[in-house]
Design a protein around this ligand. Sequence first.
Ligand code: BTN
Length: 287
Amino acid sequence: MGEPLLPVKCRIKGLRPMPEVAEIINSKELKTLIKGALGRYLTCMEEAVSTNTLASGLCEKGALHGTVVIADSQTRGRGRLGRSWISPPGVNIYMSLILKPSMEPKEVVLLTLMAAVACANALTKETGLKVEIKWPNDLMVQDKKLGGILTESRSLHGKMTSAIIGLGLNVNIGMEVLPAEIRGIATSVKAETGIEYSRVRLIAAILNSMDFWYNRLLKAERTAVLEEWKKLNSTLGRPVSVFIGAEALKGIAEDIDEEGMLLVRLPTGSLKRIMAGDINHLRTETT
Ligand code: BTN
């Protein structure tokens, strides 16, 4: 086995590493809890612009499969579809994982679904919460967003060369500190359970779960991942509106296909394959 590319604590230009004393996210404890290959190379920062951006830079410098970057806060955390991700210090998880999968570029959606399955399973096991997945990768509790996943991949000559899976998870944040416009649609583990959770334990549980589900995906057990996603999702069977750029479509979310794309039955009867975009769950109309 090669030497870790990065030591547990390291200094990266422009970013402050965690202080030696009273480390905010205890990387030594975390190392002891990580069982698999994901998280073998670990960097814990006090602050990052965005852990995905940092991971992407590390990838360019040759970071190895399984490298994980964690920050206590982000100054410009990024969400899907160009949104920002609110990332205050001391309360949440902001983490990016570098994978080097042997996959085709179009299979990137499968990685995202796999990551959502892994996170939902780990969180349910650790907290007892019923965590559901809203297509493709929102982690939801009682229809409120607990976390989100941003997957960014690179390809060369028709092969995926790396993928970065970024996870933002609301752990101990109080709802009162969230901006008013998202207070009604977001939640945190603490808000749901009334209990403050160790971020280190949750990170370890998520990485261990990710290791298990990623290996299933690689071992051609794609169907098992898709079946688990279907078991955990809260989208299929529901009326949805789909936003693709400025266009909005309404229909019933019928299924996902073998590549993880959402299949929506439109009122015309035709089936629309959704590759990316934003969906809203609509209320089922009652008479
Ligand atoms: C979403 O829009 O639901 C995805 C949010 C992903 C946020 C995480 S936080 C860690 C990583 N770094 C980022 O800048 N974004 C992701």
